[in-house]
Design a protein around this ligand. Structure first.
Ligand code: ZN
Length: 310
């Protein structure tokens, strides 16, 4: 048996450990199975370069791509009371929170920031699905109120990126209270005549779609995002009928008048710049990566055109 333990096993181990190394560097696309180099994937905002599948992106990474030069100022969110119901399922609620904080490196399921996109000042909020399913609890409610108050104070539009599995059950009725609270926050923006734009990302489901995620002046979605109140599985089991292809996906909702646009993540920034500037009565912005002076941008365009002609 010495031959097996001393020779075969180390060989087998070395083969498997060698395979472990590229796993950190390469990411497999869930949709087409292509192996994507992590740096290339991050540069493309977690969109598959082969098939265009939109993978999850953290709010912080999203903001790095969204704001000019990746610079933004985080807006502080008032902390709510910890574990008001002393909730416990298989795990205590505070333990779940600690695990989620460790996993994501974030304090809670929403990040609020102010900054500029295409030299257009905005306030943005983004929900983190990897933090307890982006669930809407008291913190998310406070975050949306803080974002709306900041937008009103600075007279800026608010752009919200939604991603949620619904209300946070560990906070019971207090999480459901966030629906009217956030609705009032959105109303504050409307009273101040400021645009409120919602970007729906995969998945936006549950109570979120019954409040702030569906109250925007403009609703844009990322491709193939699931957007619904009750999920397709629940509906299928309830009505005992097969649902149509692509039901409750972004493109289906666009066809049925629930959305204004479906836009790729890589084109979202330019689209948001156009919309916010239009709604704020500002002249059109220079597109592309900023900061870049205006004359350089036009000369780059003409040289590109010349190159095509040649
Ligand atoms: Zn793919």
């Amino acid at each position: 048996m010495n031959w097996i333990t001393n020779y075969v096993r180390p060989r087998i181990n070395s083969i498997f450990s060698r395979r472990e190394v590229p796993e950190n560097l390469w990411h497999k696309c869930d949709e087409c199975g292509t192996m994507l180099f992590h740096r290339e994937l991050a540069e493309n905002q977690n969109v598959c370069t082969q098939c265009g599948h939109h993978m999850a992106i953290t709010p912080r990474d999203r903001f790095l791509h969204l704001f000019d030069g990746g610079i933004f100022a985080e807006i502080e969110v008032p902390a709510p009371q910890d574990d008001p119901l002393q909730f416990r399922d298989q795990k205590k609620y505070p333990d779940r929170m600690k695990a989620a904080q460790k996993k994501t490196g974030e304090q809670e399921a929403m990040l609020v920031a102010s900054g500029e996109i295409g030299r257009t000042p905005i306030v943005a909020a983004a929900q983190d699905f990897s933090f307890m399913g982006g669930s809407m609890g008291m913190y998310v409610g406070n975050a949306i109120i803080a974002a709306a108050q900041e937008a009103v104070k600075l007279k800026r539009p608010l752009i919200l990126f939604s991603a949620a599995g619904g209300a946070r059950m560990q906070e019971g009725i207090l999480s459901l209270m966030q629906m009217p609270r956030t609705t009032v926050a959105v109303e504050m923006l409307k009273e101040a005549n400021l645009p409120y734009i919602v970007v729906l990302t995969h998945p936006t489901t549950g109570g979120v779609t019954a409040s702030y995620a569906m109250l925007g002046d403009v609703h844009i979605s990322e491709p193939n995002a699931l957007i619904c109140f009750a999920g397709p599985r629940v509906i299928e089991q309830t009505i005992r009928e097969k649902l149509p292809e692509g039901f409750q996906r972004a493109e289906y909702l666009l066809d049925h008048g629930m959305l204004d646009r479906v836009t790729k993540r890589t084109e979202m920034r330019d689209e948001l710049i156009t919309i916010t500037r239009m709604l704020m009565n500002q002249p059109p912005a220079v597109k592309g990566a900023l900061p870049a002076p205006e004359p350089a941008e036009t000369s780059a365009e003409t040289s590109a055109e010349d190159a095509v002609k040649e």
